[in-house]
Design a protein around this ligand. Structure first.
Ligand SMILES: Cc1cc2nc3c(=O)[nH]c(=O)nc-3n(C[C@H](O)[C@H](O)[C@H](O)COP(=O)(O)O)c2cc1C
Length: 370
């Protein structure tokens, strides 16, 4: 039997996480339904999608849906996106009052419309504004405050300096953790996340809690990032969509146990039922049925007849349609399919359909708030 991996304590302020892999913020995905399904399968901590400060302040749709929580959904970070310090501080207070345990600032989103409104990744190019936001939010958040960055705006020396300046300010303001996606904003989702950069970052900031993000599609990928970089934890983003078992698989590997068998058909059915019923609770049947298509097709990759299941999930328009897919394909138990690791999984996400779904939903989810 393999030896347990030496696993460093993983803390976010006063929260101590039993396992250092967490549900990433994912616009259009990481709602309460996805987070709770993941937590029931070993995820110790989760982040909302980026919530627009102004939507929260106006009490609009983002507040109603994106900021919905339940008792089983803690500790949880509410992630904020905006451009003005006073709005970001006001929105942080709203999230704290709504029960969020941690406030997370998004200075990472590369979506064109977000950048054009001086939010998300744009702030890596405007350090004065970034620091003004960090200070204003720090003033109103007594507990853990964290942020999400990309490794820089682009490959220029100025962009590297800007990143360091923001990191130093985060350290000075005692941010509880910083998560870094190892791509530049300019890269969007092309190329690979730079793990050497992440490892060097941890060496430069040994006393800060740092998480890595990028190209983690399986538990083995998460473990590789954890071991290669020396970071304190790993954000699991696209790899958790339709595969919440990635968290318990990672915990098993970390404990020196073998990789568990892929989830059986009945285990998959249970997760699909949970996910759908919570989505209906949040969005109502019609909207949940539409939104669950993109999630169902990700789950389908674990099914031995994945291509057929994919075709049926993509056509779902109602609760009855959803149940019919489960009835046809998930009634008889059997073994599930093992997902490929990087680099094979890279190809999986590069085929036209996958990429356009991920990109379109990231853009659509961000734009829905504008
Ligand atoms: C569809 C989509 C939506 C995303 N939305 C968010 C978000 O709201 N907040 C955030 O911090 N990151 C967001 N991200 C970035 C991910 O959290 C993660 O950093 C990135 O996907 C790299 O990890 P991966 O290659 O393992 O997926 C999003 C990514 C995708 C693909």
């Amino acid at each position: 039997m393999a030896q347990p991996i030496l696993h460093r304590p993983c803390t976010i302020g006063t929260f101590s996480l039993p396992s250092p892999a967490m549900q990433a913020g994912l616009a259009g995905y990481s709602d309460m339904a996805m987070r709770v399904v993941a937590r029931r399968r070993g995820c110790p901590y989760a982040v909302t999608e980026a919530l627009l400060d102004r939507v929260l302040i106006s009490g609009g749709r983002g507040r109603e849906k994106g900021a919905i929580l339940c008792d089983d959904d803690h500790p949880v970070a509410g992630q904020l996106m905006g451009s003005e310090a006073h709005d970001m501080a006001a929105a942080a207070s709203i999230l704290l009052a709504a029960g969020f345990d941690v406030i997370d600032l998004n200075f990472a989103c590369p979506v064109r419309k977000v950048m054009g409104r001086c939010r998300g990744g744009y702030l890596l190019s405007d350090t004065d504004q970034a620091v003004a936001i960090m200070r204003a939010v720090r003033d109103v958040v007594p507990g853990p405050l964290t942020m999400k960055l990309r490794r820089a705006l682009d490959e220029s020396a100025q962009a590297a300096d800007n990143f360091d300046y923001i990191m130093q300010e985060a350290q000075r303001l005692q941010f509880a953790a910083v998560a870094v996606h190892g791509r530049t904003v300019e890269q969007k989702y092309t190329g690979l996340a730079n793990r050497q950069f992440l490892a060097a970052l941890k060496r430069r900031y040994p006393n800060m809690t740092l998480f890595g993000s990028g190209d983690v599609f399986t538990a083995q990928d998460a473990l590789a990032m954890y071991q290669q970089t020396g970071l304190d934890g790993v954000w699991i983003a696209r790899g958790a969509i339709g595969n919440p078992w990635i968290f318990s698989e990672f915990a098993a590997l970390l404990a020196g146990r073998p990789l568990p068998a892929p989830p059986t058909i009945h285990e998959q059915r249970e997760a699909l039922l949970e996910h759908f019923s919570m989505a209906v609770h949040i969005y109502g049947e019609a909207s949940a049925s539409r939104q669950m298509r993109k999630i169902g097709i990700k789950y389908s990759k674990l099914h031995p007849q994945g291509a057929d299941v994919w075709r049926e999930f993509i056509a779902v328009t109602s609760h009855a349609d959803w149940d019919a897919v489960l009835e046809r394909h998930y009634q008889h138990d059997g073994p599930g399919v093992r997902l490929p690791s990087v680099p094979d999984a890279q190809d999986l996400f590069k085929d036209g359909c996958e990429t356009s779904i991920a990109d379109a939903s990231a853009t659509a989810a961000a734009e829905a708030h504008l």
